[in-house]
Design a protein around this ligand. Structure first.
Ligand SMILES: NC(=O)c1ccc[n+]([C@@H]2O[C@H](COP(=O)([O-])OP(=O)(O)OC[C@H]3O[C@@H](n4cnc5c(N)ncnc54)[C@H](O)[C@@H]3O)[C@@H](O)[C@H]2O)c1
Length: 350
């Protein structure tokens, strides 16, 4: 029996990680801690919310006394930390929120783990979920490996890099059992439609302009979110203490090519003439400091822990489009803001 604290479990990736752990490990107790910012949506977890091995706690990781109190009460065996401010555009508008949650919030969790595990780290583990954006940008050649020096460019990636450094420092200084993974861009179901793929699907569906930064030349390496959740499961259970793993799909796409592929899939799914959806593509002024290319080398994860992505991109993208078209209510609730009432409606009597 293990009790695992998963932070940020109401978000996009966190909800997939929570679902996977609740389903795969009925003997574990999963506590999902989330502040429910605009990005947190408990409707992502309706399928598992009544399971006996699952519980939700509304809390803010920047609130150190609350985090300490929770560690004292719950006696967690492990933390899988995903809670973060995650949108680069928002980090350009308001960097401080990113420092508070991604840096201070992470340090609060590390302090609580250190304090309540009291140097007796056998069977305890702190897993920090991070991003490939800490490595900076690539030109047309090369890939990020676990040895690539950190070179973050946006306030988001700077805050994630900082939290990664703190996690390693707590391992080196206090002996805390930590593991870190740095993953490429994720796509899949339950993704908040401010991010490229769900935003494009929603706008194409509604016949609205599909904004593409600059000329769409930026290259990203895309991974299906359920493959990321499975990688987290494997790393959590099998990685040696202090290790870092890169996670990626060896699946690089220029934004503009990805959007054209999405338009072709949507034309087919919506019964539109070929080329119809692509007419919605609208180029907009590029994001400040927009990194040209990310590409992740996940050879270590593949060779040491035998993880490989399960889906080809075209197949994963088609599955993703199907999910958004079949879950109109989820999408309508998110775009209207109604999802924010879900917690009140669902949990007020519990
Ligand atoms: N989305 C990606 O492509 C990607 C790729 C690599 C790594 N990551 C990392 O994975 C993690 C999850 O990303 P995501 O895309 O699911 O993000 P998300 O924005 O969808 O979800 C973040 C969750 O954290 C919660 N949260 C935010 N601030 C909080 C606070 N102060 N206290 C408690 N909860 C808080 C939000 O309510 C939300 O549920 C992040 O750490 C991110 O850096 C994301």
């Amino acid at each position: 029996m293990k009790k695992i604290l998963i932070t940020g479990g109401a978000g996009f990736i966190g909800s997939h990680v929570v679902r996977r752990f609740v389903n795969e490990y009925p003997d574990y107790q999963i506590v999902n801690l989330d502040k429910l910012t605009y990005a947190g949506n408990l409707a992502n977890l309706t399928d598992i919310e009544d399971r006996p091995n699952y519980r939700f706690v509304k809390a803010d990781i920047t609130d150190a006394p609350r985090i300490n109190e929770l560690f004292l009460q719950e006696n967690f065996d492990a933390v899988i930390h995903l809670a973060a401010e995650s949108h680069v555009d928002r980090s350009i508008t308001d960097p401080s929120a990113f420092v508070m949650t991604n840096v201070i919030g992470s340090v609060n969790l590390l302090n609580a783990a250190r304090e309540y595990w009291k140097g007796s780290y056998a069977g305890k583990r702190f897993y920090h979920v991070s991003t490939d954006e800490v490595y900076g940008a690539l030109s047309e050649e090369g890939m990020f490996t676990e040895q690539t020096a950190y070179d973050p460019h946006s306030p988001y990636s700077a805050s994630k890099a900082s939290s990664d450094h703190f996690v390693r420092a707590y391992h080196d200084t206090y002996g805390l059992d930590v593991v870190i993974s740095n993953c490429s861009n994720n796509y899949g179901s339950h993704h908040f439609p401010e991010k490229l793929i769900p935003l494009a699907i929603n706008n194409i569906k509604n016949g609205q302009p599909v904004p593409v930064y600059g000329k769409g030349e930026n290259v990203r390496d895309w991974l299906w979110v359920e493959d990321h959740a499975r990688a987290i499961d494997v790393i959590f259970h099998q990685a040696k203490t202090g290790e870092t793993y890169n996670i990626g799909g060896h699946n690089e796409w220029k934004n503009i090519d990805l959007i054209h592929l999405l338009c072709r899939i949507m034309d087919k799914k919506l019964g539109r003439a070929e080329g119809e959806s692509a007419k919605l593509i609208t180029f907009v002024t590029d994001r400040a400091g927009h990194d040209l290319r990310y590409a992740i080398d996940s050879t270590k994860l593949q060779q040491v822990l035998n993880w490989v992505p399960s889906l080809q991109f075209e197949e994963g993208l088609e599955k993703t489009v199907d999910w958004y078209l079949e879950n109109e209510e989820w999408l309508a609730n998110v775009t209207s803001g109604n999802y924010q009432a879900y917690y009140e409606n669902q949990y007020k009597s519990r």
